[in-house]
Write a protein that binds this ligand. Sequence first.
Ligand code: FES
Ligand code: FES
Length: 326
Amino acid sequence: MPEGNDHTPPAPEGTPAPESSGRDGPRPALTRRDFLIRGNAGALAMGVMSGAGFAAMVPEAESAPQATVPDPMRSRRVTLDVDGRGHDVTVDVRESLWETLNYQLGLSNCNLGCDRAQCGACTVVMDGRAVNGCAILSARAGRGQEILTVAGIADGPGVDGLHPLQRAFWFDGGFQCGICTRGFIMAAYALLESNPDPSDDEIKEALAGNICRCGEYPKIMTAVRTAAAEMRGQPVTYLAPPVERAEPEAVAEDAGGRVSRQFEYVTALGTIEDYDDLALELRQRPGILDVSGTERTVTPAWDPTRLDEVRVRQILEELGHPVRPE
Ligand code: FES
Ligand code: FES
């Protein structure tokens, strides 16, 4: 179970009583974290929400001056070691690790679910232990601890470079919507680093702080067992092994002198409608004569007297859809 589940950041002076945590109660207009962070931004006024039994904070006035300089009493300069790279950053002493990773460092390597140490979606591994990023204060995580996220456990490009857990969650189908997946993978990572051959009960215990609302628990268990076996050097088979990808077509020249080639996107498009938008923009580029494609590949045909393959690749990158190298 990720640590930090019982951690509650210290509230500043004047903080009203915390809102009800009852599952069936009304949701607060502002979360506890909104309250804590906004409390550092300037003057605030109290407002009592009818029926909710908690107080909400609202800006005192539209024109109230905003703090632009970090308050030295409420901020710390820290170096966060994330996935082997140091990040020097000034953090609010009440700022969670998840907030710093996402809002200050632009690292979307863990999800936010409950923001109160209950779902495990934000799990990262710190010094070998699974912790909830939403419940760890960045000011305390920048003292030399090694923070590992799901982006830091692969050791190379492509499917072969994925960590066995990442591959197993993918090919054993240990996810549906994916909100919980990064947290499950990191909780399982911490487990397998310390226990390479866990029993089912040990896996369940290690993942007890992670919730999957899609209910993919059986396949999550399968994925962890598969990854553990692979990490022990045993041959593994997956529930849904990957389909072999067809080799991209080589550059072809047709009777009209047009050159075409199939490229595979680095990141597949979300929907076929995205392809339609891309094709429209591509056709407007000088030298592009035709386009066909799917969510995974695009095959432009171009005039070789005006463009070459390098330039076509550049155009695709300019349009926001870089393609894989040879
Ligand atoms: S436990 Fe951190 S977002 Fe739910
Ligand atoms: S896959 Fe949707 S919450 Fe787990």
